[in-house]
Design a protein around this ligand. Structure first.
Ligand code: PLP
Length: 418
């Protein structure tokens, strides 16, 4: 996912101690990531600090996770308090944080039923099972189909991978789960062409994240909703990256005037504690998964749910959505300026604080240069820089980021000309 930093792309002036830790990591960890050459040790607000004490402005926030910034005292205190009470029980018993978190999630989403998971991929797995069971209860068939989108990303477990529209991620792990068909986001006819009497769900991200920051159009959302209503197909929206305030609404679908039947959330939901959830309407909840159909040991445990409760509470208290709308608009404007300034920048797209800057070349070199200058950025695909900062970011932070990015792009162009 992360491009390898170029051979000279070591962070300069790295201490021998940090280099040692990196060498040890490379001996012990499975090589599933080409990691940037840095060990982060702590965070504060929108800044990260590496082992050598160097400060970085962070426009990644753990990939759209730390919405409230690092080291939020109220959040940390809530977790510490919960640790002192109880961390884990089992889903065979009730616990107070899970009850409270489910109520709060229902309120901000307008959905009716919640199942807590440990990750995004697991939420997608649950959504897939929900759709299959819903259809099975209607006609007893066991060959139902799901339509997913090209360029989508839904996670790395086998079910989530099966609906991920990137053949490169899937190929070595075939066969996938069966009866998945792919269409193109924002091309309703391509969806229609895949519909059969076996279709049980149409699944997509309201804004595609990993696939290149493509928001669904209003027309596409409306037409899919109508189609799903007509044929009793479940509309499943993956809000794992674009949800939890990132586009200026609690969930990105909320600005389209429609509602999904099932949705997934994770990433910023717990702001760092590993959690996810899939939610559904009462219509689906009462005609799909029942006792014995699905479960999890950790999902919805008191610690994770205490995090969710506090996150939702702080979103309201700190007026996070207002900040996203204001700073998101400003970020888009500043990125547009860069697009106008540099020939190598093709366009900007996105919504709120989920933005992408599309280049005509691989962006790995630019990201490494920015890193050296104390700015953390991440790509989406090879040629897009993705901006998914914490949602408490300020306009000043945006200005600081733009200044470093501009310098990094300039150096990259000059480096190429030499
Ligand atoms: C990150 C992501 C996932 C997977 O979440 P994990 O917690 O990494 O399993 C699924 N869908 C989308 C849209 C994502 O961005």
């Amino acid at each position: 996912m992360i491009p390898k930093s170029n051979e000279k792309g070591m962070v300069s002036n790295m201490s021998a101690t940090m280099q040692n830790y990196i060498d040890e990591a490379e001996k012990a960890l499975l090589h599933t990531y080409n990691r940037y050459q840095v060990v982060f040790e702590k965070g504060d607000g929108v800044y990260l600090y590496d082992m050598d004490g160097k400060r970085y402005l962070d426009f990644v926030s753990g990939i759209a996770v730390f919405a409230l910034g690092y080291n939020n005292k109220e959040y940390s205190d809530a977790l510490k308090e919960q640790i002192d009470k109880i961390i884990h029980t089992s889903n065979f018993y009730y616990n107070l944080p899970a009850i409270e978190a489910a109520k709060k999630l229902k309120k901000i989403s307008g959905m009716d039923r919640v199942f807590f998971t440990n990750s995004g991929a697991e939420a997608v797995e649950g959504a897939i099972k929900t759709a299959r069971k819903y259809a099975y209860l209607k006609d007893g068939r066991t060959d139902h189909e799901i339509i997913a989108m090209n360029h989508s990303f839904h996670g790395r477990t086998m079910g989530a991978l099966s609906v991920t529209g990137n053949p490169h991620y899937r190929e070595a792990f075939e066969p996938m789960i069966g009866n998945i068909k792919f269409a193109d986001l924002n091309d309703f006819n391509s969806v229609l062409a895949q519909v059969t009497d076996k279709t049980c769900a149409i699944l997509f991200e309201t804004v595609q994240g990993e696939g290149g920051i493509y928001p669904a159009t209003e027309e596409f959302m409306r037409k899919v909703r109508e189609l799903c209503d007509e044929r009793d197909i479940l509309m499943i929206l993956d809000e794992i990256q674009c949800g939890m305030g990132r586009t200026g609404e609690m969930f990105a679908w909320q600005r389209y005037g429609i509602k999904p039947d099932v949705m997934t959330t994770a990433k910023a939901l717990g702001c760092g504690v590993p959690v996810g959830a899939f939610l559904m309407t009462e219509k689906v909840g009462s005609h799909s998964l029942t006792a014995g159909d699905h479960g999890t040991t950790y999902g919805g445990n008191p610690l994770a749910c205490a995090a969710i409760c506090k996150v939702i509470e702080l979103f309201e208290k700190q007026n996070i959505l207002d900040n996203v709308r204001e700073v998101g608009e400003y970020l888009a404007k500043r990125l547009e300026e860069l697009a106008a300034e540099f020939d190598c920048v093709e366009t900007r797209r996105g919504a709120g604080l989920l933005q992408g800057l599309v280049f005509d070349r691989p962006v790995g070199g630019i990201i490494t240069r920015a890193m050296e200058k104390g700015l953390v950025l991440i790509n989406a695909g090879t040629s897009i820089i993705r901006f998914v900062p914490s949602l408490v970011i300020t306009k000043e932070n945006v200005d600081d980021m733009i200044a470093i990015l501009r310098e990094s792009v300039r150096e990259e162009i000059e480096g190429e000309q030499k």
